[in-house]
Design a protein around this ligand. Structure first.
Ligand code: NAI
Length: 248
């Protein structure tokens, strides 16, 4: 029996990268998967089929995670379709890098809204559902950058650090209701997001990682599975580094 049998997971940004890897792993562990995507209808439909091939229910929902009202509507549709939400993964995120002196207001707002406000939007919409169920599990994808900072990523680092404070507060508020909330903080992961980074920069990153390489998306997904499954039933408010030793 799969570790997530009988559970419904809602994952944001699951058409590619880390979110896609989590969706596939959770489905292979028996979870029904609802996922949120922003643009690509064709890609979302093909991911839906891919997940259904695991023998679970899967459905894509088009929504902009930054938009409070859209998220309220989307979560309502997920509940209508699946009847419950056991696992929420706040994964969708962007970078829009630049040194502080050159960073514009829009560059700041876009990253904070996509990476941090999105988590508020989804937790606000999902918490009442989880409270009615008297159980739920929230996982947010932060970054080592949120813990250590990074030149050129003040907006991104602030959004990811914000997720840590947000999650710990939510964990304290909702623990007595049977709801856990945790964070994973990946280091460098090989995805489309990091593919746009200059190869010489990537080489520099790898040199600074004790394990001398970036993570595969499946390595992040497996850490996520631990935190959203009953294997971690006594863990809440925790930040799990999944970074090859980068943050030591
Ligand atoms: P990615 O760019 O491959 O995937 C991000 C997903 O989020 C995409 O499917 C995108 O469409 C979706 N998304 C972005 N803005 C959205 C919006 N407004 N509404 C709905 N969906 C939206 O990125 P990747 O690498 O898979 O990253 C996933 C998460 O992991 C992000 O939160 C990222 O910050 C975090 N992370 C990534 C690391 C890396 O090295 N790739 C390292 C540490 C954290």
């Amino acid at each position: 029996m799969g570790q997530l049998e009988g559970k419904t997971a809602l994952i944001t940004g699951a058409t590619r990268g880390i979110g896609h890897a989590m969706a596939k792993l959770f489905a292979s562990e028996g979870a029904d998967v609802a996922f949120v995507y922003r643009n690509s209808d064709d890609l979302a439909a093909s991911v839906e089929d891919e997940l259904k091939a695991c023998g679970v229910r899967a459905k894509a929902f088009k929504s902009d995670v930054q938009d409070f009202q859209q998220v309220q509507t989307t979560v309502g549709e997920v509940v209508k379709e699946f009847g419950r939400i056991d696992i929420l993964v706040n994964n969708a995120g962007i970078t829009c890098d630049g040194l502080l002196l050159r960073m514009g207001e829009q560059q700041w707002d876009e990253v904070i809204d996509t990476n941090l406000k999105s988590a508020f939007n989804f937790v606000k919409a999902c918490a009442p559902v989880m409270m009615r169920q008297r159980s739920g599990n929230i996982l947010s994808v932060a970054s080592v950058v949120g813990i250590h900072g990074n030149a050129g990523q003040a907006n991104y680092a602030a959004s990811k650090a914000g997720l840590v404070g947000f999650t710990k507060s939510v964990a304290k508020e909702l623990a007595s209701r049977g709801i856990r909330a945790n964070v994973i903080a990946p280091g460098f992961v090989v995805t489309e997001m990091t593919a746009k980074v200059d190869p010489s920069v990537v080489e520099g990153w790898c040199a600074g990682i004790p394990m001398k390489r970036g993570a595969d998306v499946d390595e992040i997904a497996r850490a996520a599975l631990f935190l959203v499954s009953d294997q971690s039933s006594y863990i809440t408010g925790h930040v799990l580094d999944v970074d090859g030793g980068m943050g030591m």
